[in-house]
Design a binder for this molecule. Structure first.
Ligand code: B1M
Length: 213
């Protein structure tokens, strides 16, 4: 198989045998982000499709997630970094009820590599915890991630709760079930500060840069 297909296969099959050697080879041709957004994401999308068709069980999807995480961990030191360390502070969380964290953690890596201090609150973060962290950390941006359809709705509730707590720090939202339209029509009206939709982690960085300019 060509290299790109082999990389997708590791994710689909949840296997790490030969993974690192192939990632090393990939780095001679692509940037780390091209490897993630290209063959690794293609593999993850296939996992999502197979899971949806009941051809994979949760335990197998977890193995795929492990391969994705191991790949990102291997690629991370090879990513471009800036020396600036004071561009601002970002609070990151996967919303209440949602355990998906690979995308959020990718956002953390990209923001940290580009001069932001990131406080990663983890998964299933309820609004109360976010409010408390906002008061404690005084962030410049709050980043919310969520992949489930119900997580999009949870973001509406989270924005409402933040507003009620008199918090207006810009919110950045991202995740598979979300769209720009939903963000603008459903989340933003519930909040008093800006709410921006990022289609991927790099776009998240661009928007965060714009917010902190
Ligand atoms: Co889940 N899962 N999962 N899952 N899972 C999806 C999301 C699903 C679409 C699969 C499917 O059915 N086709 C489906 C959701 C259906 C829906 O709501 N419409 C689903 C389901 C149903 C479930 C469970 C309910 C399954 C079950 O238990 N019966 C369960 C949910 C548990 C819960 O959350 N309460 C569940 C569990 C899991 C695992 C634990 C097994 C595992 C997660 C492991 C982990 O994250 N540690 C898992 C996985 C791996 C997936 C798929 C296959 C892959 C997700 C992923 O990591 N993608 C996923 C299908 C899919 O997305 N194709 C699926 C790679 C990652 C880099 O992409 O996170 O989208 P992503 O991030 C992207 C962008 O979205 C964006 O940037 C990244 C790219 O640069 N982005 C941001 C994300 N967050 C951002 C934040 C930002 C900016 C950009 O700023 C703050």
């Amino acid at each position: 198989l060509p290299l790109e297909e082999r990389l997708s296969r590791y994710v689909v099959e949840g296997s790490k045998d030969g993974l690192i050697a192939d990632l090393e080879e990939a780095l001679t041709r692509y940037t780390p982000l091209e490897v993630i957004n290209g063959p690794l994401m293609t593999g993850m999308d296939e996992v999502g499709r197979l899971f949806n068709d009941n051809q994979l069980i949760v335990a197998e999807v977890l193995q795929s997630a492990e391969v994705m995480k191991a790949s990102v961990a291997f690629l991370e030191p090879h990513m471009e970094k800036t020396d600036v360390e004071t561009k601002g502070k970002v609070l990151l969380a996967t919303v209440k009820g949602d355990v998906h964290d690979i995308g959020k953690n990718l956002v953390e890596i990209i923001l940290s590599n580009n001069g932001y201090q990131v406080v990663n609150l983890g998964i299933k973060v309820p609004p109360e915890q976010l409010i408390e962290a906002c008061r404690r950390e005084n962030p410049d941006v709050v980043g919310l991630s969520g992949l489930l359809v119900k997580s999009a709705q949870q973001m509406v509730l989270t924005a409402q709760d933040l507003k009620e707590a008199d918090i207006g720090v810009p919110i950045l939202v991202g995740g598979a079930a979300l769209t720009r339209k939903f963000t603008e029509q459903r989340i933003a009206p519930q909040y008093k500060g800006p709410v921006l939709y990022a289609k991927d982690a790099m776009n998240g960085l661009e928007l965060t840069n714009r917010l902190s300019d």
